[in-house]
Write a protein that binds this ligand. Structure first.
Ligand code: HOZ
Length: 425
């Protein structure tokens, strides 16, 4: 038995399923989870001391690579001054100023402790601001685990949704409509039917929780125009894409100005963090100024702020996102070329430092198309690559991530391993 297997057995006694977040349990790919004990740069080491090139990066935050010396330095320095005060600090001010200066859509921002808190609060704020209850999301997009967002499509696209988790009251789910990603016609039909009842539309502007699905520009444009026309709040959930796909997030990349944006992951540099912000007239509905309540003991935690600020400042180095994007592209183009040579149905694409791998001829445009990928083939690939010392997300339905520390060596080694797999397939 490996150390990881042993730790997993023990973890199952006092932790449900042995993990603190379901995808970590390897339920989708089979086998038992790998326990990690340290990481540096592009690499992670497991409990058995085996090293892996890491393409998960803690699900996105580790854009500078693991244990970046500057981030570690400010974390230590800030921790020495006190871990939490439950009172305002200058670091929060610095973070808020930086976020609002980087994102033209953001007049004001509130800092919280996780992406789930950010999206949940943004939805409440949009409802408070509009006085409406209905919200719209897209099939396959994940916005954290708040009740009103754990919803799948109802009997028809334009009917209210059903809970996708036990414990979510059907009455709550009945305020959420679920449409198909990239389906402009469906969106137009919905707004024509009930535009004046919609409080908010929330979307991952590049979907990263159903593998990676890229948005089509006419779809995003329609979304912006319809929300403006009908007075609905457009929420870009950039928890994953924020400062990951480009220096001004997905909104900058696609030229769309959302009303509210949710952030997390990269802006905490590996510490627990979240944020939601946007138009001043909407943000001023929040307590203590307005009637929409939201609060948190660890909100704007100084150590998280310090790690996030150090990370965001390092991203400003000229050429950062070009290098990151080139790395992700070298990986996806390399893998696609090898698969094509061997005649394997496979495709791949990247947006900035995020990528998707699909055992399917072409990148999917929607959740339904994601579901057409060959999951068994991905699972074989995943386990083969683990053996080779390459750690991919343990699910066919998650995006992958590169860091600035991934370079030619890591990509070449990954492609060498993939070549062996595709030659055998
Ligand atoms: N929300 C992540 C999947 N898209 C999983 C996070 C985790 O397990 O750490």
């Amino acid at each position: 038995m490996t150390n990881s297997q042993n730790l997993f057995e023990k973890s199952r006694i006092h932790i449900p399923g042995g993990v603190n977040s379901p995808v970590r349990a390897f339920g989708s790919v089979g086998g038992t989870p790998i326990f990690f004990k340290r990481a540096k740069g592009a690499y992670v080491w497991d409990a058995d001391d085996k090293s892996y090139i890491d393409y998960v990066g803690s699900w996105g935050p580790m854009i500078l690579g693991h244990a970046h010396p500057e981030v570690i330095r400010v974390v230590k320095e800030t921790a020495e001054l006190g871990l939490s005060f439950g009172a305002p600090t200058e670091l929060e001010l610095e973070m808020a100023d930086l976020l609002c200066s980087l994102l033209p859509s953001m007049d004001q921002v509130r800092l919280v402790s996780s992406g789930t808190e950010a999206t949940m609060s943004a939805i409440r704020l949009a409802r408070g601001y509009t006085g409406r209850s209905a919200i719209v999301k897209f099939e396959g997009c994940y916005h954290g685990h708040a009740d009103s967002l754990l919803v799948k499509a109802g009997s028809g696209a334009l009917t209210f949704g059903n809970p996708s988790s036990a414990g979510v009251p059907p009455e709550t789910a009945q305020h959420t409509l679920v449409l198909d990603y990239n389906n402009k016609g469906q969106l137009e039909e919905l707004f024509a039917k009930m535009g004046d009842q919609i409080a908010a539309v929330i979307i991952e502007p590049v979907a990263g929780n159903m593998n990676l699905v890229a948005p089509e520009k006419p779809f995003l444009d329609a979304l912006r125009n319809l929300c403006t026309k009908h007075g609905a709040v457009l929420i870009f959930d950039e928890v994953m894409t924020g400062f990951r796909v480009g220096a001004t997030c997905a909104q900058g990349l696609f030229g769309i100005k959302p009303d509210l944006t949710t952030l997390g992951k990269v802006i905490g540099g590996g510490m627990p963090v979240g944020a939601f912000g946007g138009r001043g007239d909407i943000m001023q509905q929040l307590a203590p100024l307005g009637p929409v309540y939201q609060a948190g003991t660890l909100s704007g935690n100084p150590v998280a702020m310090a790690a996030g600020l150090a990370t965001l400042k390092l991203l400003q180095i000229p050429g950062f996102f070009e290098k990151l994007s080139d790395t992700a592209k070298a990986l996806t183009v390399g893998l696609s070329d090898i698969a094509r040579e061997k005649g394997i149905p496979f495709s791949a694409q990247s947006v900035g430092g995020m990528f998707g791998l699909y055992f399917r001829d072409a990148p999917p445009r929607s959740y339904a198309e994601v579901m057409q990928c060959d999951k068994a083939a991905f699972n074989h690939f995943f386990h083969f690559m683990v053996e080779e010392g390459v750690y991919l997300a343990p699910s066919a339905f998650e995006a992958g991530f590169v860091s600035i520390m991934h370079g030619k060596d890591e990509i070449d080694r990954t492609l060498e391993s993939a070549k062996k797999f595709f030659s055998k397939a």
